[in-house]
Design a protein around this ligand. Sequence first.
Ligand SMILES: C[S@@+](CC[C@H](N)C(=O)[O-])C[C@H]1O[C@@H](n2cnc3c(N)ncnc32)[C@H](O)[C@@H]1O
Length: 239
Amino acid sequence: MTTITSPQNPQLQDLRRLLARRRRDGRFAAEGEDLVDAAARAGWEPLAGFRAAGSYGAPGFAEVDGALLGRISLLGSGTRVIGVYGERWAPVPLGPTCVYLHGVRDPGNVGAIVRSAQAFGVASVAVGPDCADPFGPRAVRASMGAIFAVPVARGGELPGARVALVAGAGEPLGAAALPAEVTLMVGAEREGLPADLVAGADRVVHIPMRGGDSLNAAMAATVALYELTRLRPCEDPRS
Ligand SMILES: C[S@@+](CC[C@H](N)C(=O)[O-])C[C@H]1O[C@@H](n2cnc3c(N)ncnc32)[C@H](O)[C@@H]1O
């Protein structure tokens, strides 16, 4: 197999544009063995793949000079493998448990919420207006591969009771008897959820805190999902 050594190689230029999200054509790139392995475990076939010369046995991945691949990588430490995949959007948000994001702009938060969604068996994450792109490289990285396991949808009809998570308002989450089908709604890092969404919610709940004004959006989603799991215990398949 020939090793790609030229930065002008058209496949690498395409990859650079994908990583920078300058090319939006329904493809995205995932960097690192953990993510490429997670994709394979979830049954996602790469559309293309690149690996540093002499490393990682990903079959069919183009071999690239290691230093060159490291310069293309967005990871501070460089990478030995990058896979390119087709975005998959669920046609509608799925229940029985859905997390809806509204204005969550930090891709790290969006990815971390997708990761927690996988951990707590959420059926889908619905991405509303002004959210970071869940298939952007930082969100994909923060999801630690969960983006390949959790269906993501763009807005749409939210399943079940709409439960607005609002710091310091409504009922404490643990005391709220929630129906079996719910959508947890998480708001923007600065502004929180818009007033009309909160007013139209079936329930408004908060995570009780002993200090500070609010939790980070991803932290709040994670604590809320943990609490839902605690209230409706399920077997941990790994135990
Ligand atoms: C950083 S907070 C937004 C803070 C914003 N200043 C506000 O007052 O809503 C981001 C999101 O996390 C959720 N959140 C944060 N802390 C929470 C808490 N203690 N209880 C419930 N939701 C919380 C809410 O959905 C909120 O919109």
